[in-house]
Design a protein around this ligand. Sequence first.
Ligand code: 6PG
Length: 494
Amino acid sequence: MVKILILNKKVIQELNKKLRYWRVTMEKGDVGVVGLGVMGYGFAMNFEDKGYTVSITNWEKDILRKLKKTETNRNLIISEDLEGFVQSLDKPRKIFLFVKAGKPTENTINKLIPLLDKGDILIDGGNTHYKDSINKTNEIEKYGIYYIGMGVSGGEEGARHGASLMPGGSPIAYKQIELMLSDIAAKAPQDDEPCVTYIGPKGSGHFTKIVHNGIEYGDIQLIAEAYFIMRYSLYLPVEKIASYFKEWNAGELNSYLIEITSKILSTYDDKTGKPMVDVILDRAGSKGTGKWASQIALDLHMPLSVTTEAVFIRYLSELKDQRIEASKILTSPNIDEASVNVEEYVEQIRRALYFAKIISYAQGFALYSRANEEYGWELDNYKIAKIFRSGCVIRAELLDKIANAYQMNNKLSNILQNDYFSSVVNSYQKEARTVVADSIKNGVPVTGLASAIGYFDNYRLEKISANLIQAQRDYFGAHTFERVDEEGSFHHKW
Ligand code: 6PG
């Protein structure tokens, strides 16, 4: 009986995929979406496009009334209250929450729980902190209701047409939503594989998203520095810089963020006719996930320096008023006016950027491995790299290479130990050093690029200066040290 019902549903979903102008309507919703902001709305329509009947609701009722009028030929069940919404769903209910993280999500969950049945599944697709995600799972699963904490990347476009999805929680619950997630996820252009995989137990999905965002912060910062050098060291016009980013996007730097940077730099303000980038105030916002990534790295004793510098530079950018004052009293160095071959120098910047990008991804993926040791998870860096290949903000050609590296060796402690990556960073370090040294000499800020070199230089050395740190700690605080020639813990009477 149940089998026939599932079969019928599938047939109906297939029909709906094919029929554009009329719809086979089922009585119950296959999936529910609470919260019709850009993400929730995009997910609801994406599900509907794929043949699902979607129950939707929202705190703000106007949008529901509008949809009732405009979306008449879509398979939507629109409810103005949570009770009606819950009743409209087929069991076990699969409910996606796209309500603002924090209090609003909490309120929605508290109101939903008494209306749900054992075995129903709540999927939180917001940028929730992974520790909250763990707590919520514990709380909700006491009622026999499943909670999946799902990282989602790709913004409005991803939600609507395919995002990268990072679900973590009960594998039993995941199995029941696996197919629908595969249907709505982005598909990697290389092999059409859906950008979704079971990430691991409670909290791990949102953890994966936080580190993704840390990498996103690093990428954005490094790209901004490359732009800044071209603009203010090489004095290139904005349209020329746009064309270099476009060229770079055709090579090993190919990525969504390089692509949009080229498009951004080719866009002009209607009001002033100036490049858009010149009418935007240099004060960067941040919603907190980059900070969370850095906090996690600090807690787990892992260097995530490119992300962390990126967070700090956003904070420094907030000090606009102080910077205006400082610019009147703090001076630039004498600029080295050495003439360079622009084409050659731009190629050096490109290599410096690729070098630093590799370091930043190396740091992020090493953090996943560290989390496995800490939490007993089995985050699979191969699978994570694969689901980042499309849909998400950090999608890049590089991710295929990262996936290959972990496929060859799933115990790889750091991608810099892989042949491809070690050979690139060994060879591109020269250009990275030239660009960073020149910029520092000329007072052009390259904090992200420099931190990548700093990480590389410490990571590649068998011996670093930490022995002197240990000696000082032992001198002033008897904190003890290990010896190079004997096991144990020692203190010296200095
Ligand atoms: C994504 C993004 C997204 C994030 C924005 C804003 O993967 O789609 O990471 O989730 O919220 O990029 O982040 P900031 O405001 O912190 O820059």
